[in-house]
Design a protein around this ligand. Structure first.
Ligand SMILES: [Zn+2]
Ligand SMILES: [Zn+2]
Length: 276
């Protein structure tokens, strides 16, 4: 039982920090925080993701490419362009190339992400990853009551890629759409307990600067609830945040959502993604 709780808590916290810190803050700047808070969340993301800690700069650049080239041949991880394993392999290769600065990056994808070279170059490598793996193994050795529980152990080592794989695949493959778009983004769950809101890909591709990925009354984005809480206690600043809206209107007998450009009250905060 203790192992199952450990697995569940590690899964949820890992995807929460990937979603909130690396994705919504790091790649998109949907909200702001002080430099001190940014460092704190940087360390916390490292400590929680452990052996599969994702470098914030590489993550942000790859993710901005995903938005700019969504589901086209230049998308780093589109399930429309290739099968699951090929998608995972391409993501892994491209991420490694970005992390080790082996490939050129378009200027528009650079900047505005959390950068902490000393930290990432020392603690973001293999040494720390092996340390985390040994710690998890010790926890399993101490608390596992059945042999089959050890089948869960390798998942802890790869939670970052596991969550990425689920979101990148299902979020552009399976589910319903609230908005028309040229890509294949989908909302896979109405209450995304599995990846803390990341599976509202269709909503997110429409309102890229909104920290809330849920737009309809029946949709719930747990990651946003955490962000809202951090906003209430003054750690995150959401005053400039974009507000995603579900505003269906009957045009020629068809339900369509209102375009952001038709709602002058909804203005995106300046971001590296502007101009897309
Ligand atoms: Zn997407
Ligand atoms: Zn995004």
């Amino acid at each position: 039982m203790a192992i199952l709780i450990f697995f569940g808590v590690h899964w949820q916290l890992s995807v929460l920090f990937q979603s909130v810190f690396l994705h919504r803050y790091g790649a998109h700047r949907q909200f702001t925080m002080s430099k001190r808070a940014e460092r704190f969340f940087h360390v916390l993301t490292w400590a929680i993701q452990g052996p599969s800690y994702l470098n914030p700069r590489a993550y942000a650049i790859m993710h901005r490419m995903h938005h700019a080239y969504s589901d086209t041949p230049k998308d780093p991880h589109s399930p429309v362009q290739q099968g699951f394993l090929a998608m995972m392999w391409r993501t892994k290769t491209q991420y490694a190339d970005l992390k080790h600065r082996r490939i050129p990056v378009e200027a528009r994808f650079e900047g505005g992400y959390p950068e902490w070279k000393v930290f990432d170059e020392t603690l973001g490598g293999w040494g720390a990853a092996i340390g985390w793996g040994a710690l998890y193994l010790a926890i399993y050795a101490a608390f596992a009551t059945h042999w089959w529980l050890f089948l869960l152990f390798p998942v802890h080592l790869a939670l970052g890629p596991v969550h990425g794989g689920i979101v990148n695949w299902f979020g552009h493959k399976l589910g319903y759409r609230n908005y028309e778009s040229t890509d294949n983004s989908k909302n896979s769950l109405v209450f995304d307990y599995l990846t803390m809101g990341e599976l509202f890909q269709n909503n997110h591709h429409k309102w890229g600067q909104s920290p809330n990925f849920a737009v309809r009354a029946f949709e719930l984005d747990p990651g946003y609830q955490f962000i809202r809480l951090m906003g209430l206690v003054g750690v995150f600043d959401l005053s400039e945040a974009q507000v995603a809206r579900w505003e269906p209107a009957r045009i020629a007998g068809r339900r369509v959502a209102v375009e952001p450009s038709q709602s002058p009250a909804i203005l995106a905060a300046p971001s590296p993604m502007d101009g897309e």
